[in-house]
Design a protein around this ligand. Structure first.
Ligand code: ZN
Length: 131
């Protein structure tokens, strides 16, 4: 079974913590030990594991903005080339180890949907497998 979360973003660029929702899906799956794949089916959204600390979130968005400014000599026609590039740099999926029915995460690790072309409603897809 594949679960899907709908996530409403509110800003042009922001990180949204989806750890609790993904953890709940892993627990509900009944899988005790295995792998959980989390995937965002979008071209201007990334999926990141990192710390839930607002200063870090603005730092990351700021660094990506300096690296890939909104206005630039891009060839992509939609005016959102920067968002595609940022999403490409962050990546669209993560794998997690499931142990004793829960994702194994370090003390300071959380799972974030990274919006780069919001606000929009986004999907996070979650598949948990025994093994
Ligand atoms: Zn585009």
């Amino acid at each position: 079974m594949i679960e899907e979360l709908a996530v409403k973003t509110r800003e042009g660029a922001e990180l949204i913590d989806v750890t609790a929702e993904v953890q709940a899906i892993a627990e509900k799956s009944g899988v005790k030990n295995g792998i959980c794949v989390v995937y965002v089916p979008h071209t201007t959204v990334g999926l990141l594991i990192n710390e839930n600390e607002p200063g870090f979130h603005s730092d990351l968005i700021g660094v990506l903005d300096r690296l890939v400014p909104q206005k630039g000599s891009y060839r992509h026609p939609d005016g959102n080339a920067h968002a595609h590039i940022k999403a490409g740099l962050i990546g669209s999926e993560k794998h997690f180890i499931v142990r004793d029915g829960r994702l194994v995460l370090g003390t300071w690790q959380s799972v974030f949907l990274c919006e780069f072309d919001g606000p929009r409603t986004r999907s996070v897809m979650v598949k948990v497998m025994e093994g």
